[in-house]
Design a protein around this ligand. Structure first.
Ligand SMILES: Nc1nc2c(ncn2[C@@H]2O[C@H](COP(=O)(O)OP(=O)(O)OP(=O)(O)O)[C@@H](O)[C@H]2O)c(=O)[nH]1
Ligand SMILES: [Mg+2]
Length: 426
């Protein structure tokens, strides 16, 4: 598959639990430490976005064989990449802490998960403390990301405007050229521009933009479009988290600082890591996202090892403080929100609409591929990603289930997301 898989970047202050979150949702095995800046070089892992697979409804569940990820009982786990970067501190855009080199690691991310330490036991620099109010962390982190993008533009703004005027470019062309380094599609810049007052986006208006006013305002709108943010209020297993969470949910109920209320999730990365480990060692039976686990004492089937008292107590605490109270460890919800906040859609390219796999050999498996595509992606854009140069030489149309033809400029939507491309045989 030529298209790069969806990329989620975990950001946050040191010791918020970014690496723990990565370990909770992937097999990355990143180093975790109770001191700031445990992570310096970024860590990558692969997590899974769960979605109902079309194999069940089309009666080919037994033959469903994803090339990447897996499908169990009609529930498909689509791989998404997760990146964990070094901690950010206030002033990072100006070089504080480990500086803005780490902001640069975010350039290719589709969406950010801001991991916040909700327990109030680490200060803004990630140092151990007590009674810290984490409510402000969401605001300053957003400010730093904004200052980073703005700073990159502002330093060159006079030259950018001079050239813009000299070649009589449109505001869209000029800004898109400048923001392409953030992996930005043209329509993302267009959507941000659409939110600016009309008279500020005419071709000659850019020359009148003040760096600290109009440009800054545009950068903020651009960030909302380019780096949507899911906030993971982490360490919900700790004593003071409850009251901090209530305060944050109240403050963000109307959506400010680039965060929408529905994009706030509650997590315990530590609990998830422990449950996964116990499951891997056959002490418990646990499925990510669920609200409970089985032990050898209450399991419906055998095969689980007995627990010692200490482990048993720790599991009981997780059950009480996390699973019963919040319904899950929340880490999977964070992945789901991250993918869905952008409205990404799973699309299944197939070679046959009868076998949903290879035309002549059903045994080779069905629904081998699933690609997450941006909302608004057209059949043509998807074909180009998938077929590359073949698109120019042999493209002969596209169709979906029921023999329905799809026009090249048609936007791909749910229900028409199993797509067969017809190619001219030479
Ligand atoms: N109680 C509790 N502790 C957690 C949780 N998640 C992480 N921690 C602890 O918080 C500390 C920091 O965790 P890391 O995952 O290393 O944090 P980080 O954000 O990657 O930190 P840096 O790499 O320094 O930026 C460790 O002691 C973790 O065990 C959680 O959900 N609950
Ligand atoms: Mg780390």
């Amino acid at each position: 598959m030529s298209s790069a898989p969806f990329l989620i970047a975990c950001v946050g202050k040191p010791s918020a639990g970014k690496s723990s979150f990565l370990n909770a949702v992937t097999d990355a095995g990143a180093k975790v430490g109770s001191y700031p800046f445990t992570t310096i070089d970024p860590n990558y892992g692969v997590a899974y976005y769960p979605v109902a697979c079309p194999c069940a409804g089309l009666g080919v569940r037994e033959r469903c064989r994803p090339r990447h990820g897996r499908c169990a009982q009609g529930r498909r786990h689509v791989p998404v990449r997760v990146l964990d970067v070094a901690g950010l501190v206030p002033g990072a855009a100006e070089g504080a802490g480990l500086g803005n080199r780490f902001l640069d690691d975010l350039r290719q991310a589709d969406v950010l998960i801001h991991v916040v330490d909700a327990s109030g036991t680490t200060d803004a620099a990630g140092r151990a403390t007590r009674g810290y109010d984490p409510a402000g962390d969401i605001r300053w982190l957003r400010f730093e990301v904004e200052a980073w993008v703005w700073g990159n533009l502002q330093r060159r703004w006079a030259g950018i405007v001079r050239r813009h005027v000299a070649v009589s470019a449109s505001a869209l062309d000029t800004l898109h050229a400048q923001l392409a380094g953030y992996g930005t599609a043209r329509d993302v810049v267009q959507r941000a521009l659409d939110k600016m007052p009309r008279d500020l986006t005419t071709p000659d208006a850019l020359a009148r933009w003040d760096c600290h006013a109009e440009l800054r305002r545009f950068v903020s709108l651009f960030l909302d479009e380019r780096f949507p943010t899911v906030v993971a209020l982490n360490k919900i297993d700790m004593p003071d988290s409850d009251k901090n969470i209530s305060a944050i949910l109240k403050r963000y109920s109307t959506g400010v600082d680039g965060v929408r209320a529905e994009n706030i999730v509650l997590t315990s990365a530590l609990a998830e890591c422990f449950l996964r480990k116990m499951h891997a060692q056959s002490f418990i039976r646990y499925e990510t996202g669920s609200d409970d686990f089985e032990t050898c004492e209450n399991a419906a089937t055998g095969g689980l090892k007995p627990l010692d008292e200490k482990t048993s107590r720790r599991l009981e605490t997780i059950r009480d403080l996390v699973l019963f109270r919040y319904g899950s460890t929340g880490v999977q919800d964070a992945i789901v929100r991250a993918v869905e906040s952008l409205g990404f859609l799973p699309v299944y390219p197939v070679k046959s609409l009868t076998t949903f796999g290879e035309p002549e050999s059903p045994a080779s498996g069905a629904f081998r591929d699933c690609v997450l595509v941006r909302p608004g992606t057209t059949v043509r854009e998807f074909a180009r990603k998938l077929l590359g140069a073949q698109m120019d030489s042999g493209y002969a149309g596209a169709e979906t289930v029921g023999g329905i033809q799809l026009a090249e400029n048609e936007v791909i939507v749910a229900g028409k997301n199993i797509i067969k491309f017809n190619l001219e045989s030479k």
